[in-house]
Every structure is written in structure tokens, then in C-alpha cells.
Design a protein around this ligand. Structure first.
Ligand code: GLN
Length: 507
């Protein structure tokens, strides 16, 4: 394996600018790595060799001419397959969209292209981003590079696994209830859900529009900051886009300590139901934050106990409405009934029956029911009231502290099939990530080490709306202290990567 693929995006950026390496070499090294390991990992649904190399060649030519380029020009990236890419397949991991070639780019993708990042391909996910394990993909699951018998988290398991298996230094994810942060946690990567409106939603295949947010996935906190600054900022094509950028994120990663920072441990996120090894890793990380000068206190957000229940009404309600366009007529797959009359209703039933997987159907049924006349106030209305209470809990907590922290997920990566037949058990994995989406606040997951089962644990920090920079500060300081103690990055310890990447990365 080439040492190019173990380098961080920041390091590749430096080497590219110093002309120590070309964008074509960097891109080819990652394509080789994908060819070598993705048969086992299955992080990618599509790999765009030709297009990625064409972008790289263009970057090299422009650099040779002395053009001023974006610092990440030539640094390859993987994009979750729920983000539309012009002329390249975009499926949302659903049979419903198999074979679709979008006629336009998402704003996020447009910005990547304008900055010259070769797009390696599209990464796997749970169908329409519904799930916590990537097992709901219509095209087969992604495997966790730490243990190929375990899930890589979800819904963005492909983006997290691609980064953790050194197939890409950077990836784009989307986070509606934790799909950037939880996969990052269980694969030992870094993932950030930006403030709602901080990154354009234009061109994301919508799951729940009031919760969806695209964001960065990477192996280091600084790399996420570099990517976040590139993709963030106002977009007139997204009506919920914030008017201005959220602050200097890369600069925040240069912080040397956490003096003056008040850190609140959320009492409701971390007790029963959290694996002991996860709790131990989290507590140890708190100790490091204190050593770095932070003041750690406990805070209570009582409404968080109802977040999961509210989310699993609001999300299905919005999803059922967003997915209504897949009806066999307006959009996507069309399946005609085998016999009988060809009515709109029967085409719709045949198409949706064949095109959607079980989890999508479950949520469409739930959402449609929650929105139906007579139940609307009892279900959807109450859930929206809970949402307001959660927002108030955040507001009250942020009067006492600068950031809130918790484990990102209650468990480490579970085995395939373990929760597949028990939707409630699957949903419970999102218990700590969901409150942020309901309130629109930003969140980060940074690896805090390994649990006693030898699997990575994520440390989550949450900040007030627009204060994304605080997350990068906390994340970068924690990452540095942990790396110093260990003597190498956590991912260097991943035992079951398909090649000897672990040993090579430690050298
Ligand atoms: N796992 C959560 C769910 O199933 C989160 C999904 C997401 O963030 N896209 O809804």
C-alpha cells in the first residue's frame, strides 16, 4: 500500500502545493487502494476512475501553469450516494433510483468540483439514509474495517468505512439523526454535522428536510475543518441556508488548550444502556479535557429522554412526504402490475412495493399514519412540541456551558444481523445523536479510544447554533492529547484491515 493513502488531507494538500506529488499520483494511489480492498469493505457503490483522473490531470495542468488553486485541489474525496452528481449514478442505495444519472450537481458537489477535488465515487448507505448500520442498502452492506463481521454504522457507513480503510482521505456524509457522527464513532473516524443551514441541502435526496444536513468525514479533525469551510456558506438555492459562514473552523483546530472552556456532560446521555467500555473511554476523555484546562460540569437536559420518540414521528412524517414522488410516474423506477387494469393506483402500488425495502416501507407507513387526519395532533403535533422542549433544554444548557458532551453512540460496532430484525434496538443506537438534529445545533464525533472489546468509541461534542468552531477546538485538542499518549493515530491499530495498513501507518 502506498504511503500516499495514509496521509491526511492537510498533508496531501501541502505535498501537492510543494509539487512533491501530483494530483494524478494521489488520485491513482487511492483508486489502487479501492481496487485492492473494496471487494471486502464495499464502501463504494460506484467508482468514477476516469472522471477522478480527469479532474486530477486538470489540477496538475493548472498548477503547472502557476494558477492559484484551492488548498484542497487534487485531494480526492468520496461522496455519499444520497448527494446528486451530474452524469454519475446516484441511487440513495435504493432500487427506486437504480440507473439514474442526475442532470445536475448538488451545491456541495459543485463546490468540490470548483475547488478541484477529484471525486473518487459514491459511497454506500442505508436506503434513503434510513438506518444505523448500512444493512438496509439495496446493494448489500458495507463492512467495518476494524472487523469485517461488523457494521460500519449508518446510514453513512460507506463514507466512514472509505475513510477508515484509507480508500479516501475525505468523504461527504449526511446527518439527519446521526448518520455522519455514529458511523464515524464506530469506525474510529471524525465526522461533523454542521449547524442546520450551514451547508446547502440543494441536491441532497431529501430524507427529512427539517433535520438533514451534509457534512465532512475524515481521519483528523483538521481535515474535517478544511472540508467544512469549503462546502459551507450561503446558497441561494436552499431556502434554509444561513446568510453567512459560521466562522473560522480551521483556525479553531490550532488551539493548544481548552482554558476558559466550560464543558457540560449531559446526564441523560450516558447512563443505562451505554456499554461499560464506551462509558470508560468517555470518562477518560473527560479527564483529558480537564487536563487541557476545561471546566467539566454535569448538566441536565430532561427532554432528551423523549428525543428518540419525537424523532421517529417527525422523521417518518417528513420522509413519507419526501418519498411520495417515487410513484412510478413522476420519478424513478416504474413497475407495472402483472395483470389487471393499468390504473395510476395499481402502478404506484407495484412500483413502491418493488422499489422500496422493508425499512423504507415501515417508515412511510408510520409517517403517513402520523400525518393522517384524526391522528395529526396526537402524534406529529406532540412530537413537534417535544422538539420545542428539546430546543429549550439546549438553550438553557448553553447558558451554563460552552459545549455539551456525551458518547456518540451507546455501543461499539455490532455484528451483522444483530439488530436487523428489531427496529427499536436499531433506533436506540441514535439516542445520543438525535437531539442535535431536532434543535439544529452542530455536533462532532471524535475517536476517544477503544472499548474493552477492542473497537473504537466516539466522543460527541455539541455547540450552540453557528458555534461550529467550538467543536473543532474541543475535537482538535482531544485528538492531539490522545495521539500524543498513544504515539500514533487510533486508526493505525485497526486489526482487520484487508492489508497490513495498520503496521504501515504506525511507521
Ligand atoms: N440512524 C438514523 C435513522 O435511521 C439517522 C439517519 C440519518 O441521519 N440519515 O433515521
Amino acid at each position: 500500500m502506498s504511503e500516499i493513502v495514509t496521509a491526511t488531507a492537510a498533508e496531501l494538500s501541502r505535498r501537492l502545493q510543494a509539487k512533491e506529488v501530483s494530483a494524478v499520483e494521489v488520485t491513482q494511489a487511492h483508486l489502487d487502494r479501492i481496487a485492492q480492498v473494496d471487494g471486502e469493505v464495499h464502501a463504494f457503490l460506484h467508482v468514477n476512475d476516469e472522471e477522478a483522473l480527469a479532474t486530477a490531470r486538470d489540477v496538475d495542468e493548472r498548477r503547472a501553469r502557476g494558477e492559484e488553486l484551492h488548498p484542497l485541489a487534487g485531494v480526492p474525496i468520496a461522496v455519499k450516494d444520497v448527494v446528486v452528481t451530474k452524469g454519475q449514478p446516484t441511487t440513495a442505495a435504493s432500487k427506486m433510483l437504480e440507473g439514474w444519472l442526475p442532470p445536475y450537481d448538488a451545491t456541495v458537489v459543485e463546490r468540490l468540483r470548483a475547488a478541484g477535488l477529484p471525486i473518487l465515487g459514491k459511497t454506500n448507505l442505508d436506503e434513503f439514509a434510513m438506518g444505523s448500520s448500512t444493512e438496509h442498502s439495496a446493494f448489500g452492506p458495507t463492512r467495518n474495517p476494524w472487523d469485517l463481521d461488523r457494521i460500519p454504522g449508518g446510514s453513512g457507513g460507506g463514507s466512514a468505512a472509505a475513510v477508515a480503510a484509507y480508500e479516501a482521505p475525505l468523504a461527504i456524509g449526511t446527518d439527519t439523526g446521526g448518520s455522519i457522527r455514529q458511523p464515524a464513532a464506530v469506525t474510529g473516524s471524525v465526522g461533523v454535522k454542521p449547524t442546520y443551514g450551514g451547508v446547502s441541502r440543494y441536491g441532497l435526496i431529501a430524507l427529512a428536510s427539517s433535520l438533514d444536513q451534509a457534512g465532512p468525514v475524515s481521519r483528523t479533525v483538521r481535515d474535517s475543518a478544511l472540508l467544512h469551510e469549503l462546502i459551507g456558506g450561503h446558497d441561494p438555492r436552499d431556502s434554509t441556508s444561513l446568510p453567512d459562514p459560521v466562522g473560522d473552523l480551521v483556525e479553531a483546530t490550532e488551539a493548544l488548550d481548552l482554558r476558559g472552556m466550560r464543558v457540560g456532560v449531559v446526564r441523560e446521555l450516558g447512563g443505562d444502556g451505554y456499554q461499560p467500555g464506551v462509558r470508560a473511554s468517555f470518562t477518560a476523555a473527560l479527564g483529558l479535557l480537564e487536563e487541557a484546562g476545561a471546566q467539566v460540569v454535569e448538566v441536565s437536559c430532561p427532554s432528551f429522554d423523549y428525543a428518540l420518540a419525537a424523532y421517529y414521528l417527525i422523521l417518518p412524517a417528513e420522509a413519507s412526504s419526501n418519498l411520495a414522488k417515487f410513484d412510478g410516474m413522476r420519478c424513478g423506477l416504474r413497475v407495472e402490475p402483472e395483470d389487471g387494469p393499468l390504473t395510476a393506483e395499481r402502478v404506484m402500488a407495484a412500483t413502491r412495493g418493488a422499489g422500496f425495502g422493508d425499512e423504507v416501507k415501515r417508515r412511510v407507513i408510520l409517517g403517513t399514519h402520523a400525518l393522517s387526519a384524526g391522528y395529526y395532533d396526537a402524534y406529529y403535533g406532540s412530537a413537534q412540541q417535544v422538539r420545542t422542549l428539546i430546543q429549550r433544554d439546549f438553550a438553557a444548557a448553553f447558558e451554563q456551558v460552552d459545549v455539551l458532551v456525551s458518547p456518540t453512540a451507546p455501543t461499539t460496532a455490532f455484528r451483522f444481523g444483530e439488530k436487523l430484525d428489531d427496529p427499536m434496538a436499531m433506533y436506540l443506537n441514535d439516542v445520543a445523536t438525535i437531539p442535535a438534529n431536532l434543535a439544529g445545533v452542530p455536533g462532532i464525533s471524535v475517536p476517544s479510544g477503544l472499548s474493552d472489546d477492542g473497537l473504537p468509541v466516539g466522543f460527541q461534542a455539541l455547540a450552540p447554533v453557528r458555534e461550529d468552531a467550538r467543536l473543532y477546538r474541543v475535537g482538535a485538542v482531544l485528538e492531539r492529547l490522545l495521539d500524543e499518549r498513544r504515539g500514533h493515530p487510533l486508526l493505525a491499530e485497526a486489526p482487520s484491515l484487508p492489508t497490513t495498513v495498520a503496521q504501515e501507518a504506525t511507521r
